[in-house]
Design a protein around this ligand. Structure first.
Ligand code: COI
Length: 353
């Protein structure tokens, strides 16, 4: 399929990249294509970033067929641009599509479309430390009817946002509230999909936690509220008595690209990494015995984010005295080094533009 390009007349002004927040401003162009049942994906185009018209009855507004992805383009020291494992993000997009009865995309085609978009937007990839161009592919149901079934039409789009750190803490440890009342997902639901609805379920608990001074919530399983699942926008890892433990993918946890990459890197750092069920009681017991050495989250937006404090049911667990631990530090340096071209990519994760 050809990609039609409509040129922007006057480009937007760019912000000094050292002052960027996360996801607040968008570039000059966006990618868009439309799907109609029986015809497939059509009308691929790159056009000026602008509002889109949808009927108020468009199904996405009523039944929430909406999924998304998050990946980044990085600026290397020699001024080039590169992507990190884009094929894994688009494969996961297709997993989300299937769960929500939405049409899948051709992974090679959307990566080519993204590369074309990035070639036009190369100047928007920031170069200040801890910045990148956040890429947000997403798909929504557009058919204008209010009956409940899978929509027969969809839009797939990619928008770009020059971004700095996700948390106001930057790369400093964040405080996390362990959520004991609300749940995010249960097995058999859509927890493993990157569906808008999963985030909608988390917004009130996140806002409540924020009011109490916590950056995010840590979700427990939806049945017993015992086993650790993930944090609002990241997967979670604990270092207990020398071993790294992360919850196994169980059907209700998002299969993070940074999670998968971190498991590989931590193993190559010589650490024992175990994916298994881990209860909040086990983490608390380890804390009481002085064995909870480090905790951190992983995510595209959050990168590698040390956790300095966990609050669970009134118990406060201060981790590594609230400071960045040695393992989380090394993992952060290695991962971001690969992403920005300063560390050799032994894994074939990088796609150069
Ligand atoms: C990402 O890490 O890319 C995410 O999708 C998290 C997001 C909800 C900010």
């Amino acid at each position: 399929m050809d990609i039609r390009i409509t040129e922007v007349q006057v480009g937007k002004e760019k912000q000094d990249s050292s002052t960027l927040g996360f996801g607040l401003t968008f570039t000059d162009y966006m990618f868009m294509m439309d799907y109609t049942e029986g015809k497939g994906w059509q009308d691929a185009q790159i056009l000026p970033y602008s509002p889109i018209a949808l009927e108020p009855s468009a199904m996405v507004f009523h039944y929430g067929q909406a999924i998304f992805e998050g990946l980044k383009a990085y600026r290397t020291a020699d001024g080039k641009i590169q992507l990190f494992r884009p094929e894994v993000n688009f494969a996961r997009l297709n997993v989300s599509c299937e769960r929500l009865s939405m049409p899948t995309v051709d992974i090679d085609f959307v990566i080519q479309a993204l590369i074309k978009l990035l070639e036009l937007e190369a100047d928007w990839v920031p170069s200040a430390p801890h910045t990148s161009l956040y890429i947000r592919p997403f798909m929504i149901a557009t058919e204008p009817i209010v009956g409940v079934r899978a929509s027969l039409t969809y839009k797939f789009m990619i928008i770009l946002s020059p971004s700095g750190p996700y948390y106001k803490e930057g790369i400093n440890p964040v405080k996390i509230h362990v959520e004991n009342h609300y749940v995010r997902a249960v097995k058999g639901g859509i927890g493993f999909a990157k569906a808008a609805g999963n985030y909608a379920a988390g917004i009130k608990p996140q806002m409540d936690a924020k009011e109490k001074g916590y950056a995010q919530v840590l979700w427990l399983d939806g049945v017993e509220k015992k086993y650790i699942e993930e944090v609002g926008t990241m997967n979670v890892f604990f270092k207990i008595n020398g071993e790294i433990i992360t919850p196994a993918l169980n059907g209700s946890i998002l299969a993070g690209v940074t999670r998968d990459s971190s498991i590989q890197l931590l193993k190559d750092m010589g650490l024992k990494v175990t994916e298994r069920k881990i209860s909040i009681h086990e983490v608390y017991e380890a804390f009481e015995q002085g064995l909870l050495e480090e905790a951190f989250g992983t995510g595209t937006a959050a990168v590698i984010s040390p956790i300095g404090e966990l609050e669970w049911d009134g118990h406060i667990m201060s981790i590594n005295k609230g400071e960045i631990g040695p393992i989380v530090h090394e993992l952060y340096e290695t991962l971001t080094g690969i992403q920005n071209g300063e560390v050799e990519d032994k894994y074939n994760w990088i796609v150069k533009i």
